[in-house]
Design a protein around this ligand. Sequence first.
Ligand code: SAM
Length: 426
Amino acid sequence: MLTNNSNHILDKFQVSVSKDWAFSDSRSTNNLTHGYHRYPAKFIPQIVQKLIETYTVEGDKIVDVFAGCGTTLVESKIHGRRSEGVDINPVAQLITKAKINPINPRVLDTEIKKVLLAIKSFNPANDKMIEKHPRIDYWFESEAKQKIAFLYEIILDIEKEKVRDFLLCGLSNIFKNCSKWLQSSTKPQVDPDKKISEVFFSFEFQIKRMQKKNNEFYETLKASGLLRSSCSIKLADARKTKIRSNSANAIITSPPYVTSYEYADIHQLTGYWFDYISDITSFRKDFIGTFYSNNRDFETQVPIARDIVDKMMPISKKKAGEIANYFNDMYNVAKEMHRILLPGGVVCLVIGNTMVKDVEIKSAEGFAEILSQQGFEIEEVIKREIPTKLIPTIRDTKTGKFTTLDNKDKKFVYPEEFIIIGRKLV
Ligand SMILES: C[S@@+](CC[C@H](N)C(=O)[O-])C[C@H]1O[C@@H](n2cnc3c(N)ncnc32)[C@H](O)[C@@H]1O
């Protein structure tokens, strides 16, 4: 049963699309370090930029509890705000570390030249046994495997941590192209006919592209005196971070969707190579919104969520459980965000709704209700259209996951999302 508060929240979502937040004709979303590494459902930097400019002032502290590839942190740094992020995914942490830590261009150039020179000494005949997870053999041809192992060893020997992270991030981003993974898919799927890219060529190309961006980022920050502004990323669960209580002026974040992207699976190539994963089942378990959740508890304290769970129950008990689990996880995240924010602090949450088995999963409305239950005032709800080039628009009607055109169960979804602005009551 929906309550008066639920209806009040739902009313707030009856807004028309705001043209001010579309950014359809914006410049690239890959400026500075933003394009170092592909990452599903990442923010476009322009949204974060506008939120930072609207809701914070210089010197404020901004937190992102689902930091992903670090868009909020990079933009905070550029704008002279202190920032702290967490994500449960070690690949996200690696990418973010590389993106927020610009390297002196002279130092980077010297280190890159050393690595490129070392590549010339590669001799497959000299190679030793590579002891890696067996899944590496499933995804990589033996020559690619030898070359990646060779690069990985060289990079791990580099003393300067920032350079090491930069090169590991670059290496990670070529794994998809250099493996049998179906290029157009975020799902782990082998393409038997794939034209696989050569490792050393791809690596050099990737690193040189990143080097140019690093140099621009470094010079931009240097010119504005922001090179040393405080910015950090930690591996942690958004439901229980170690971020200090009452410390942030703003939280700018976008939570995972319910059962859409399996980040643990999507990033398995890097996970296996860099030894983040020994067993994929336990690696997946702390990711919120995962399809693999084993929840048997269909209860939720959020009336809007309960309504969705009730609608799903006769269609799929398993999905109903996943949805209840998702909202219960979000309940704990909202509690944590409330703890972290200063009284009067603001949470800016970018979130879209989705359809699973023809039931609309109103994640945005559900999250807004959770925020209001936790002591936030919903100050504004903004509806924005997402330019179709930025996100997949086709979903599988059975699973709700993003899919490809050749799937017979596909359905087009209209790319819209909400920005919820909630204020922690004083
Ligand atoms: C929509 S993405 C965020 C993308 C980010 N805004 C960006 O620009 O890259 C959601 C993120 O939530 C993370 N995540 C999932 N479960 C989590 C948890 N329990 N704690 C922290 N992060 C989690 C995923 O790893 C993913 O990076």
